[in-house]
Design a protein around this ligand. Sequence first.
Ligand code: F0G
Length: 467
Amino acid sequence: MRKRSWAEPFKIKMVEPLRMISAAERAKAAAEAGFNTFLLKSEDVYIDLLTDSGTSAMSDRQWAGMMLGDEAYAGSANYYHLEEVVARHYGYKHLIPTHQGRGAEHILSRLLIKPGDVVPGNMYFTTTRAHQELAGARFVDVICDAAHDPADESPFKGNIDLAKLEALIARVGASRIPYLCMQCCVNMAGGQPISMANIAAVRALCRQHGIKVMLDATRAVENAYFIKDREPGYSNKSVADILLEICSHSDGCTNSAKKDCLVNIGGFLCVNDDELAERARNLVVLFEGLHTYGGLAGRDMEAMAIGITESVQYDHIRARIGQVEYLGALLDRQGVPIVKPVGGHGIFLDAAAFLPHIPRSQFPAQALAAALYVESGVRSMERGTVSAGRDPDTGKNIEPKLELVRLTIPRRVYTQAHMDVTAESVWALFEAPERVVGLAFTFEPTYLRFFQSRFKPVEGDVVLRNA
Ligand code: F0G
């Protein structure tokens, strides 16, 4: 039987008009934002592919759930509903809600890390590593080498290199490794999944050494879809069952519910250990809110509970990943250098290959993101040297192998026509990349510098010539 196309498993009930300002206004807006797409006003953006975080469209069921918010300070009914749904789909014993993912990362890092510790993981994520470092640990990347090569088409580039992990344990000793952080659909690598075989092998190795495994489950549902699609033996299992199996190989998780879980705000920490849960509940009161709301309104927890049940529906997740793949295919067909295979939450342009005339010291990915905005009103984000920050010992810029621009697709928000326009915008730059000018810092904040830093072009005052 011929394979049928997927289509969005929803129809549109409410619309939010888009606004497109002129090219001259965009050039001015980019300069005012210090050529940092995080500093643009959203009303000046046409198609917003900055992030898939908190940008999902909620369903009518979720909006209806918002009306059922039980805004009691303690013991909200929505908390108990969320607890039940998280246990059903993620399988952990204890739920500690937080205002978003980094709230959970903060609590986890404080709970488990002591100064001088080492936390291995499959590539860093910005907030995750920052909290590990604030708690006194050093992050060590143990992801497979393929993850650092945009052209390597291996199906599971999020996998952990067991030899690297073993070598690290031998070098620093298991007692200095409080846990391993295992990220699903590795964000900074391009949304690349980790295979179930690798997850199980990492778990076995860690267990041998008495090292906990903590999952970053932020995009675990997307990862489950890739396992179903790509890993032998999983095609007949449901995404929900695969998600449970992923989580079963860990001692707990942090989760930014702003992604998979289809809400605009929220997150959670889960653990199986009773004593750890008690300590986490004690800390959450200090930093987030009481343990039955963790910084969230009752209505937010209700929307999250409903969003989780929708997130594991096959039709939803297939269309979500299908849309990302659609954009990827459009770009790939024209020879635009992108990270391959296409990952779960966006298309990552290989800015170093796209702009060979701009040296890494002039932040090609930052320049490309700014130029794309000026060209078309499409907002993307840098995921390269600016995001990587500075080495805590030497103070020098870390130059990661990947110098990327992320076109992140919000869930259930844009149509295929928006993807067509986005692809055309990228092609327009790709036809004459030498129009893009490199950048230099004018302001650099201490923490997570990519959010608030400002730049100027290294020559002239525009990032895109002849715009
Ligand atoms: N872990 C991963 C893998 C993430 O992608 C994020 C957020 C977090 C943790 C932190 O969660 O934002 O809810 O505090 N990623 C967003 C992004 C910011 O745009 O990729 P948060």
